[in-house]
Design a protein around this ligand. Structure first.
Ligand code: ARG
Length: 564
């Protein structure tokens, strides 16, 4: 807030000795607001100006013509601190009139830029488990954040719909079940057949030969084999789709690995032409010794292509189809090497876009709760985690607010939100130990806390009805009100940081911070009083908080019920 005005004023005061860029880079927000709203540390200027920092700060303070938005300045050591005019700051809230959180209030920095995001990318006929939570919700949050900033975001679900598991499943279905039964059941059933296959194949290795033969038939386009393949995909996508709906996750493309079956050869041709593809025991690889990496295997001795081969084809396809400025892969850090190799191979190929590829890595999620551990090879399905969180949320909501209607919707919003929030709270790369009790705590740094605060705002606004007077913004000058005003107005900074660092946690943490500030205001002051003009101002603030919390939550994919 007010950075532009302050930069200009300091620039004028420095009379050509500092550039606007230097000033902008130096300006910072003090950790504590009693030190001011913005601070100009002068330490970095002391070398070029050949003066001690306090002297520089003093000279600027003496020469500066304060803009209207600044009430006063203070000198502290090498710092020049600015205190804003609180009423002028609160006037910024008026710009929020009619704002719904759907479009940006500020500049649309992404206008004209295209950004591809590869996220979730589930594997067909394999479990959609807790390990996919982060890629799904981090990717979807980044997708919404980029869209909000005006980027043309393209959400891509690079389905893992190719590989020998399909041959194995055909064998399993033919031996122990039927297509009809598979189609009737959920994906769990498919998975149990897969597990059984692995158990039996240990005793009877001949099964693997059968499975390979069936996979060959899929590759060759055999009708019967493809019917199975399609059915597996359909069953999985139906189940996965339900989870996506609950999470509010969407995609623009589901072009997965099988989509690239006929798009790899031209890439292999380029590699050959450039002399990059070399033979290694019958297989074809790109050597990466010069870059301290193992070779990138692209074609097996039996002619089969690999995950990496498909990713090369996908990169070319995306460039051609979307002409992206950036292509992001939201994938676990276990695949660090894969992406380093992929990006290097693309660079060696001369792929135009090689410099715009980015691996957005994240850590692992594990469950603290023993009952749902992966011990004994049992996978923890994402759906089960959501169901369990919703069930627990239902009990909490029923206890807190026994009379409220649509308890089911609220429990779903709170339970699912808590799971989503847990994956978006820390910076991506941290491993997470998931605890149902922790994420469902209404008093912690959690989504129920934010949702509850939003419902509180809604309830105040409902009770108050339409304001009876023009707001008197002087009523927002207390420390608590002012901190809340400032928090509302820094929403877009949080969104921009989230986009810049590919870290949705900037938005998540922002939401908690705004909720805390509003609650402090709520407990410190009465909102509805005899003074109608003051009431109108406080209601305007409450409304702005509600809208902003809604916007922040919607960016990270969490619903904001009006009542809880
Ligand atoms: N399906 C892969 C997995 O579950 C993730 C795919 C990521 N995207 C990509 N283009 N490689 O491990």
């Amino acid at each position: 807030m007010f950075e532009k005005e302050i930069i200009s004023a300091v620039y004028e005061a420095a009379a050509g000795r500092l550039t606007k860029e230097e000033i902008a880079a130096a300006l910072e927000t003090p950790k504590e607001s009693r030190l001011g709203d913005l601070a100009l540390p002068c330490f970095k200027f002391s070398r070029s100006l050949r003066k001690a920092p306090p002297a520089i700060a003093g000279e600027i303070a003496a020469a500066i013509k304060l803009p209207e938005c600044v009430e006063r300045t203070e000198l502290a050591g090498g710092y020049l601190n600015f205190f804003f005019d609180r009423v002028k700051a609160a006037a910024g809230l008026r710009g929020l009139d009619g704002w719904t959180g759907e479009s940006t209030r500020g500049e649309r920095e992404g206008e004209g830029k295209t950004i591809c995001l590869d996220y979730s990318s589930v594997n067909i006929a394999k479990p959609f488990h807790i390990g996919h939570l982060s890629t799904t919700v981090i990717g979807a949050a980044l997708y919404r954040i980029f869209k909000y900033l005006g980027y043309n975001a393209v959400g891509i679900n690079h389905l893992g719909d190719w590989g020998t598991q399909f041959g194995k499943l055909i064998v399993a279905v033919k031996k122990w079940s039927s297509l009809a039964e598979v189609e009737k059941n959920e994906e769990y059933f498919l998975n149990s057949l897969y597990v059984r296959y692995h158990r039996e194949a240990e005793a009877d290795p001949a099964l693997d030969d059968e499975a390979r033969a069936w996979f060959r038939r899929i590759e060759d386009g055999d009708k019967e084999a493809l019917a199975y393949f399609d059915a597996f995909k359909k069953v999985t996508m139906k189940a996965v789709g339900k989870v996506y709906d609950r999470l509010g996750v969407t995609f623009d493309s589901y072009a997965g690995e099988s989509f690239y079956n006929d798009k790899m050869q031209p890439c292999l041709d380029i590699l050959k032409r450039k002399g990059l593809l070399v033979d290694s025991d019958g297989a074809k690889v790109v050597r990466l010794d010069d870059y301290d990496m193992p070779p990138c295997l692209l074609v097996k001795a039996d002619g089969a292509t690999l995950y990496a081969t498909r990713d090369i084809a996908a990169a070319y396809y995306r460039k051609k189809e979307y002409d992206f400025d950036k292509c992001l892969y939201v994938v676990a850090y276990q695949q660090n090497l894969h992406f380093k190799q992929l990006f290097k191979v693309l660079e060696l190929m001369g792929f135009d876009g090689a410099g715009d590829m980015e691996h957005v890595a994240f850590g692992m999620v594990s469950l603290e709760d023993g009952a749902m551990s992966t011990r004994g090879g049992r996978v923890v399905w994402l759906k089960e985690v959501l169901d369990r969180a919703v069930e627990k949320a239902r009990a909490i909501v029923a206890e807190k607010n026994p009379d409220c209607e649509n308890k089911d919707d609220i429990a779903e919003a709170v339970g699912v939100g808590a799971v989503v929030f847990s994956a978006l709270w820390n910076s991506r790369i941290k491993d997470i130990v998931f605890s149902f009790d922790k994420v469902l705590n209404f008093d912690g740094e959690t989504s129920p806390y934010v949702q509850y605060t939003h419902a509180r705002c809604s309830s105040v606004l409902r009770k108050a009805g339409a304001p009876a007077a023009e707001p008197d913004l002087r009523a927002l000058s207390s420390d608590e009100a002012y901190e809340t005003v400032k928090a509302v107005l820094s929403f877009e900074d949080a969104v921009r940081s989230a986009a810049r660092y590919r870290e949705p946690c900037y938005v998540t943490r922002y939401a908690v911070d705004l909720a805390e500030k509003f609650n402090r205001f709520y407990y410190a002051e009465r909102i509805i009083t005899e003074d109608e003009a003051a009431t109108a101002a406080k209601l305007a603030l409450t409304d702005a908080v509600a809208r902003t919390l809604r916007a922040a939550l919607s960016l990270i994919g969490i619903k904001a019920p009006d009542e809880m």
